[in-house]
Design a protein around this ligand. Structure first.
Ligand code: ZN
Length: 213
């Protein structure tokens, strides 16, 4: 996603950094003043007045340098349009990317896992009983590996591997002593981003929707 151009000016010797909200379709413009005189590089954030999502700015040597670009989950609008469980999944993944943008990777990891589990039950296995009780992520992956669910044969193993990683990511974030070793996946920013990419790929491969932006 291309970031909107920022606009900078000075007032009484003080920088004013104006930029438009990066979450479409919001685009609320905020004028940001450097938070304080400091040589430290730091990030600061606030909630957008328009859409209430987190906006993060980078600050260095007394100036706002730029607005940090958020990772947005690509199928929110399609899922919200479907309503019901799909809209619930969109809300979970939107909250996950908001956490990630704030640097709260642990919370993001848990929400990506829950969103993927709900998608597996609702969209891949199309089993309404699984929507009600989500304590069967691993057995559901095993069912897909054994041939259930809607997808082309050649992508089945790849989807199951992705889902296994996403499950381990969220489980490790929620249960730091989880065992054995192969159930652990560190909730680093890189791993959360990779699993979000994979979840979008799973959605694309099982719904027929176009590639996420
Ligand atoms: Zn906004």
């Amino acid at each position: 996603m291309a970031m909107p151009q920022a606009d900078e000016r000075e007032s009484a010797g003080r920088q004013i950094f104006a930029s438009a909200c990066p979450y479409p379709p919001c685009s609320t413009v905020e004028e940001v003043l450097p938070p304080k005189a400091s040589d430290f590089a730091l990030k600061f954030e606030f909630e957008c007045e328009g859409c209430r999502r987190p906006r993060v700015f980078l600050y260095e040597k007394g100036r706002v340098v730029k607005e940090s670009e958020p990772r947005v989950y690509g199928y929110c609008s399609e899922m919200r349009a479907e309503g019901g469980v799909s809209a619930e999944i969109a809300d979970l993944l939107s909250a996950a990317t908001d956490y990630l943008h704030r640097g709260a990777t642990r919370g993001a990891a848990v929400l990506v896992r829950v969103g993927a589990e709900l998608f597996l039950a609702h969209q891949i296995l199309r089993d309404p009983t699984d929507d009600q009780s989500l304590d069967r992520f691993k057995p559901m992956i095993d069912r897909v590996r054994a041939g259930e669910g809607v997808m082309a044969t050649e992508v089945r193993d790849r989807i199951c591997d992705y889902l296994g990683n996403i499950m381990a990511l969220g489980d490790t974030a929620a249960h730091p002593r989880i065992y054995p070793q192969n159930r652990q996946r560190p909730f680093t920013t890189g791993n959360v981003l990779e699993d979000l990419d994979h979840l979008e790929e799973i959605v694309r491969l099982t719904t027929g929707w176009g590639r996420a932006e």
